[in-house]
Design a binder for this molecule. Structure first.
Ligand code: SAM
Length: 241
């Protein structure tokens, strides 16, 4: 059997997703490098249909909000049954994709990619009954300050960000080291052929063949872009030094 490089010695990194729409998966996670890695067994995807744990003939998973108001809330008892069932197969950190959560960062994706995997609850409606979050030790994670219709796309974003960091998923490991957010900097500008296009030239230094000069130019550009575009990142970086 081929050796599968994984972060936990033989067992592939796993994403276990609890959702009302398992048919959305693997979706974009099934194509390109991440999809090839899935087929090659470098990571695994498990899907759990929350409705299988629903109540009554109609398998209800939601109910009206306590205190009144618009929309529906996912029931704690239904979600707990789904989570407890999924946990029989896998003991993974449990995340709930939520606009209220801690922001998904490259550092968080890296930390998760170095573990055994993730179990992700994808919310729908107005979200989940608050009691579930404490009772099952759920960590809330947000992919940004906007509201999606459901947690599935957010789960895919998190899974993609983690999977591409698993050793062997991307071809050139070097390309990871120099990406945006590594070393708290945005990436420097990239160029390719042709050397001149619509009157615009590739910076001379990149054609010099002088690797030290090229590295210094890239570093300076990464710092300039970070200062200009993400003063928040720049300030946090300066504070750490
Ligand atoms: N009522 C919730 C609020 O105002 O915070 C929004 C619920 S949203 C319509 C339905 C589900 O989409 C959420 O339970 C969550 O799982 C997911 N979701 C929406 N926006 C998200 C975001 N920015 N990051 C992660 N998950 C998100």
């Amino acid at each position: 059997m081929a050796h599968i490089p994984t972060s936990r010695g033989g067992t592939p990194w796993k994403a276990s997703v609890l959702t009302l729409f398992p048919e959305m998966f693997p979706g974009p996670l099934g194509v390109s490098l991440v999809g090839q890695a899935l087929k090659a067994g470098l990571w695994a995807l498990d899907l759990h249909q929350i409705r299988d744990f629903g109540i009554g003939r109609h398998r209800a998973v939601d109910d009206t909000p306590a205190g009144g108001g618009a929309g529906m809330v996912m029931r704690a008892d239904v979600l707990a049954a789904a989570i407890d069932h999924a946990r029989e197969a896998d003991d993974l950190p449990l995340l709930y994709m939520s606009p209220r959560g801690a922001p998904l960062t490259q550092a968080r994706a890296r930390a998760l990619s170095e573990g055994p995997g993730v179990m992700i609850l994808a919310g729908r409606f107005e979200g989940v009954d608050e009691r579930l979050i404490a009772a099952r030790g759920v960590t809330e994670v947000s992919i940004g300050d906007y509201v999606l219709s459901g947690g599935e796309l957010a789960a895919m974003v998190l899974i993609d960000a983690c999977v591409r960091l698993i050793p062997g998923v991307l071809g050139a490991e070097e390309s990871l080291a120099q990406e945006s957010f590594e070393d708290e900097l945005l990436e420097y500008p990239q160029y390719t052929k042709p050397r001149t296009w619509e009157g615009l030239s590739t910076p001379e230094v990149l054609m010099s063949g002088d690797h030290q000069k090229i590295a210094a130019w890239r570093r300076a550009e990464a710092e300039r872009l970070t200062r200009e575009r993400r003063p928040d990142l720049w300030a946090a970086r300066e504070k750490q030094r």
